[in-house]
Design a protein around this ligand. Structure first.
Ligand code: SF4
Ligand code: SF4
Length: 99
């Protein structure tokens, strides 16, 4: 799995990045353009903590083919007290589930 950062969506949380606050490895930092970046992508252990707190769905994780299908990615969005997960596979098919 790999963390993907959508630089068009990330607005840096007004200088207080929520994703950086929750990353257990302290891997995420704001770059000069005010957008988040991973300083050590290889050290990410795919916990998805950052994906869950991003208010703009700027973060996603690639999934192994055996989990989500070839080319699939995982997004999250918090609604009320529940987490809404979306998997989009390489052919654009979407699966949604709520936990
Ligand atoms: S939480 Fe989302 S919008 Fe905020 S800095 Fe991180 S990636 Fe950007
Ligand atoms: S997935 Fe977990 S370890 Fe990786 S950057 Fe996000 S919060 Fe940090």
């Amino acid at each position: 799995m790999t963390l993907c950062i959508d630089r068009e969506r990330c607005q840096g949380c007004n200088g207080h990045p929520r994703c950086a606050d929750v990353c257990p490895g302290n891997l995420l930092v704001l770059g000069e353009q005010g957008q988040i970046a991973s300083r050590e992508p290889d050290d990410c252990w795919d916990c998805a903590a950052c994906v869950k707190v991003c208010p703009r769905q700027a973060l996603s994780l690639t999934l192994p083919p055996e989990v989500g299908g070839r080319g699939s990615r995982l997004w999250a969005r918090q609604v009320g007290g529940k987490m809404h997960w979306t998997i989009v596979d390489g052919q654009g098919r979407t699966k949604n589930f709520v936990i």
